[in-house]
Design a protein around this ligand. Structure first.
Ligand code: ATP
Ligand code: MG
Length: 140
């Protein structure tokens, strides 16, 4: 276990329902510190690049449309084992499979509109953080 950083997004279904504060409280209760945060409207180009690994999947165009449908809150989270800790508090991609007490179980509307994104590895976390934040915007 080590101190590390991960990248998080509060997705448009959650900002639309004014859930930013409640989701941030769940992240903080899980031991994660929000060391950078901003609310943005993703462009189509940003969403296509961000989810580029899913380009060949049938849900790709819908996913890009969803991620650009409203504001998102992009965040850098810091803490012990932050990548795994965040994935744990997020819950499974499909809210029907998410554990009790997770953000997706509590708030997700569907497998697509599932309220939050979290990096799936330390390597991807570094790439995703650098895509949205400059070093001076992150204050640990
Ligand atoms: P994220 O990458 O957003 O943190 P994840 O790692 O749990 O979520 P991925 O498999 O990386 O899930 O899928 C990325 C996103 O694409 C999901 O969060 C969801 O919004 C959407 N998605 C995944 N699978 C489906 C599907 N079968 N139908 C519709 N949308 C999907
Ligand atoms: Mg993913």
């Amino acid at each position: 276990m080590a101190e590390e950083r991960t990248f998080s997004i509060i997705k448009p279904d959650a900002t639309r329902r004014n859930l930013t504060g409640q989701i941030n409280a769940m992240l903080e209760d899980a031991g994660l510190r929000i060391v950078a945060q901003k609310r943005i409207r993703m462009t189509t180009g940003q969403a296509e690049e961000f989810y580029g690994v899913h380009r060949e999947r049938p849900f790709f165009n819908d996913l890009v449309a969803f991620m650009t449908s409203g504001p998102v809150v992009v965040q850098v989270l810091e803490g012990e084992d932050a990548v795994a800790a965040n994935r744990k508090v997020m819950g499974a991609t499909n809210p029907a499979e998410a554990d009790e007490g997770t953000i997706r179980k509590r708030f997700a509307e569907s497998i697509e509109a599932n309220s939050v994104h979290g990096s799936d590895s330390r390597e991807n976390a570094a790439i995703e953080i650098a895509y949205f934040f400059s070093g001076t915007e992150i204050v640990g």
